[in-house]
Structures are given as structure tokens and as C-alpha cells.
Design a protein around this ligand. Sequence first.
Ligand code: MRU
Length: 379
Amino acid sequence: MKVSGQHFRTIWLKPDDERVVELIDQRFLPHRFVIEDVRTVEQMATAIRDMHVRGAGLIGASAGYGMYLAAIEAALRRSFDEHMARAAAQLKATRPTAVNLSWAIKRQLKSVADGKTAGEKVALALRAAKLIADEDAEHCRMIGQHGLKLIQQIVHKKAGKFATANPPCGGSVNVLTHCNAGWLAFVDYGSATSPIYAAHDSGLPVHVWVAETRPRNQGSKLTAWELGEHGVPHTVIADSAAGHLMQRGEVDLVLVGTDRTTYTGDVANKIGTYLKALAAKANNVPFYVALPSSSIDWSMRDGMKEIPIEQRSEEELKRADGWLEGQQVEVRVAPERSPAANYGFDVTPRHLVTGLITERGVCEANEKSIFSLFPEHAP
Ligand code: MRU
């Protein structure tokens, strides 16, 4: 997608040195656009853990490149396989919820196993890392094409009603999203944002309610920034405003991403997603989840019981950060002595999900419908 008119992916190989991975360090957005060079698997693990990169698809792509860097290191050591196993464990320990992480690591371990020499294994790891990234971008592009049809249907349904609605949402299809399931959360396009970009690019009137997504504000910092760079009309709202807007008929569609969805259709996503799904159900607003199949956990049946939920530091919740006179500053927003519980994700049960938008099309959030799109995973 575009940054100041120039096309960027979130992660790529340095053009003049393929042993270096470059990525957008998202900690500084929207105020500064910083590119980080990553040379070791250790540095990649830090980038994932400390959220220089984040979002399920990008976590997977970063792990893919991390395993490639590990292969370069392993080729210089006595035991290739031991170093790769250590690197896999190190990367896997960075963040627990997004299944794309272990999916990409497993895929890399499988691909290097086919190499006979260390040199061959490095070449295979490079090829797999590029493939994981390219597939992520292509799958997100396809999600955009399938999701576009849903937005077109809403445009047809709303025809004639546009003129009477009030700004900022009057005259538009109003999509509400949470967190950042945009191109910054993937390699390109995004999952939830891809249909929005496709609709905007094809001239449909679309406006996005962007929930700020406390405590890290991926909505107000990242989603608002990338929509703005692409020229998509949007409005940042407090997380707690979503129910109010739905009740007033100012949301046509809720569109979110996911970090892990079970093969039965339970959806783990950024904390606060579940409340939005409940409000959508109560107000008859369609609630769709956009995801590449790399975010489906084919081994998990019960999302509420089985999906590991990341718990992050108290400090992240008790402080807020922002920019002041060109400096990133942090301020305390809760009493120092009050304990805080900082859950990173929640699980929306399948019965609250209207549908899943995947690279192969739209399906219902249930086992039968998911397997009908992905029969190769059926038992
Ligand atoms: O903690 P983050 O920023 O990695 O969480 C990201 C989200 O929850 C997104 O909504 C998400 O990853 C789904 S789309 C990749």
C-alpha cells in the first residue's frame, strides 16, 4: 500500500543485501516512519515480542524471515538442526495468540528439512520466507475482492437512503472496525481493510468508524493512519462508542480481523472485539471477520477453552503515550498503586459471527461451511 504516494510492504529483503530483512517499525507510527534493519533471529524475536511488527499475518511473515535468518546462522554452526530448533522455540515464545506464528515456523522447518546441504537449506528457507510473504499479500488481495461484493450489496440496499443521513457517515456505507487488521498487520492490503480499499478504489462511497483500541491504540494510531494515506474517509471513535453508533443505525457492517479462528468458527481477536459482536447482534448489524486461511487453527475446536490469550504488562494499561514537540512521551493515567489486568485478546463465539471472508470466498462460521472452502483440511 502507499505511504506518501510510494508503494511499501511491511517487510522485505534489503535490495542490495539479501541477508538483511527490512521492516516498518510500527512503534513510531503515525508520527514517524521508521525502517528497521534486522540481521539475526534474535533481533527478529525482539521485533515481534516488542511489537515493532504486529498483527497476525505480519507476525507470520516475520517469523518466516526470522527462520531464514536462523538458517543463515545455522549454516555457520556445527549442528544446523539444533540451531533451527532453538530459533523456532525462541520465535514461538514471543507472542501466544496469533496462530500464524507457529504456522510459519512449522512451514519453514518442513522446507529446510528437504535440503541436503546447509547451502541448500538456506536457499530453501529463503524461498519459503518469500513465498509466505507473497502468499499473505495475495490472500489479502483476494479477501478484498470477495469482501467488495458485500459492500456492493449494502450500497444497493441503501440506494436512495443516502441523501437523508447526516455527516460524517451520511452518503456512505459505514464500516466499523477494531484494532488494526490493515496492511500494517499483514504484508500488504490487510484483511479487514482490503474490501474497504477495494470499495474505495472502485468509487463506492465508504466511510470507516475506527475504534481507538485501548490500551495500545492500534486503531487510532495505525488504522487511521493507513486509511488516511489511502484517502479513505474515516472517523476515530472511543471503543465504547460502538454500541451507541449501531443503535442509531450508523453502522452498516462490522469488519474485523482475527489472530486465530478455530475450524469451528470461534474468533480470537483484539480485546473488545467480543463486545462489538454482541452489540452488532443486538442491533442486527452484520458482523464479518476477514482472514487468510493461515489464521485458521485446524487443530482447535473450542475457541473459548483452547485459544491462549496473551496477558500484557500492567504498565501498558496504566500509562498512555503520545507525541509532544517531536518527542514520544508517556504519561500515567491510573493510580500507581492500583493493580491492572491487561488482556490482549478475547474470543467471539461463532454464533455471533455473520460470516468469514477468506481468500477462497465467504463462508459461515461453522465447521461444515469452513471445510467446504478448505476440503483439504477436513478430517
Ligand atoms: O496485538 P496486535 O496489534 O498484534 O493485535 C492485532 C489484532 O488483534 C488485529 O486485529 C489482528 O491481528 C487481526 S488481523 C491480523
